[in-house]
Design a protein around this ligand. Sequence first.
Ligand code: GLP
Length: 244
Amino acid sequence: MKLIIRKNHYEASLWSAIYIAGRINAHNAKNKKPFVLGLPTGSSPLIIYQELIKLYKEKKVSFNNVHTFNMDEYIGLSKEHPQSYRYFMNEYFFNHIDIDPANICFLDGMTDNVQRECMLYEEMILQKGGIELFLGGMGGNGHIAFNEPGSPFDSRTRLVTLNNETIEDNSRFFDGDISKVPSAALTVGLGTIMDAREVLIIVNGKNKAKTLKKAVEGGADEMLPVSCLHKHTNAAIVCEEGFF
Ligand code: GLP
């Protein structure tokens, strides 16, 4: 696992955006196959999305050959719901770039067949040749996507129950009201993320420093989901100075 440390969160995000754009450009220069990109929501990737939009507007990158898979979605929220992850992605990223909407893949939190939805998501990823680069964030308890502590490192896309800490953390997006936060979600598994050819995790928030330090300096431990990256051969964590 590589650690990329920049002066502050903005610099860490800028580095990540330039890196992702560079990977897309290098891929497109070599082949016609789409670049398959995994994406997260949350506050941590926001500046990365802003900087990627800027790079697109400056014609330094195009997303017309990019296919995306988002990590997760709340159960019971439609894509029109302002707190759904699909709405978030449209608002902060997809609506501002030249991606073909047909190439955006999302878990459907309104599905009436959870098992089928999760199985099809895994199948779609495989059909597109696997994920080239999975960008992710980290929750306060070390979760990636909605893989809470205790999630098996080989877990696949599935229905999960959110733990109290995550519900409390995420209530900031629901007027601070924990009763409005869905208690379940669909999420790609840690195994799904680990199958990506490259994983990049952006960590933001000094409150996460202790957890991150433990994950980096300790070994792989299923009670600390992000530590699964120790087992990946091409994974990096990007954060600002002062975390270690
Ligand atoms: C949610 C998402 C995660 C995200 C995490 C951290 O729980 N499911 O994918 O990484 O929040 O969010 P933030 O970046 O806002 O701290």
